[in-house]
Design a protein around this ligand. Structure first.
Ligand SMILES: O=P(O)(O)OC[C@H]1O[C@H](OP(=O)(O)OP(=O)(O)O)[C@H](O)[C@@H]1O
Ligand code: HPA
Ligand SMILES: [Mg+2]
Length: 178
């Protein structure tokens, strides 16, 4: 285990099982709809690329990069688009894939943009949900795990760009960021 991790919340095996389960559910739900699966970079990349390989239906992928945290454990509240989609979402069934919903600011901003571009439907799948920290009214349509109010890293989640490549998800030792 990495020396900066206080506790492992979900092992590689537990994550893989959950991703399989979500893939099965989404495959049924989106059969015949050729959904556009949108990865929210950078944190959502490991989850999204694993998830689409557990979906056995035709689908398309696109990527969007937004950032609100920078090198902090608190959202700045200002969501910036760093990279927009290459695909038109008009008339498409969109699935937004996130690693975590914390304050909810990133996703409420994204959902709003995609709805205004006239998608046929917009749903959200997140691996982690931290409902205790929500500042806007937002619930994921599909969620892997609910987690307590702690700063977590691994499997895409970073602190100051580190730890994204850990194969498990763990709580970061507070002394690392204080
Ligand atoms: O619900 P919120 O409070 O908005 O927090 C969740 C968002 O914050 C993180 O991304 P970040 O902006 O740090 O960029 P990153 O994905 O590149 O790490 C995370 O990946 C989510 O996208
Ligand atoms: O707990 C978290 N860890 C990493 N990135 C995050 N972005 C929002 N919440 C978190
Ligand atoms: Mg992110």
């Amino acid at each position: 285990m990495d020396k900066d991790i206080e506790k492992v919340l979900f092992t590689e095996e537990e994550i893989a099982e959950k991703v399989r389960e979500l893939g099965r559910i989404l495959s049924k739900e989106y059969e015949g709809k050729n959904p556009l699966v949108i990865c929210v970079l950078r944190g959502g990349a490991p989850f999204m690329t694993d998830l689409v390989r557990r979906m056995d239906i035709p689908l398309e992928m696109d990527f969007m990069a937004v950032s609100s945290y920078g090198a902090s454990t608190q959202s700045s509240g200002v969501v910036r688009i760093m990279k927009d989609l290459d695909t038109s979402v008009e008339g498409r069934h969109v699935i937004i894939v996130e690693d975590i919903i914390d304050s909810g600011l990133t996703l409420s901003y994204l959902i709003d943009i995609i709805r205004r571009r006239n998608a046929a439907s917009v749903k959200v799948v997140t691996l982690l949900d931290k409902p205790a920290r929500r500042t806007v009214d937002l619930k994921p349509d599909y969620c892997g795990f609910e987690i307590p109010d702690a700063f977590v890293v691994g499997y895409g989640l970073d602190y100051a760009e580190k730890y994204r490549n850990l194969p498990y998800i763990g709580i970061l030792k507070p002394e690392v960021y204080s």
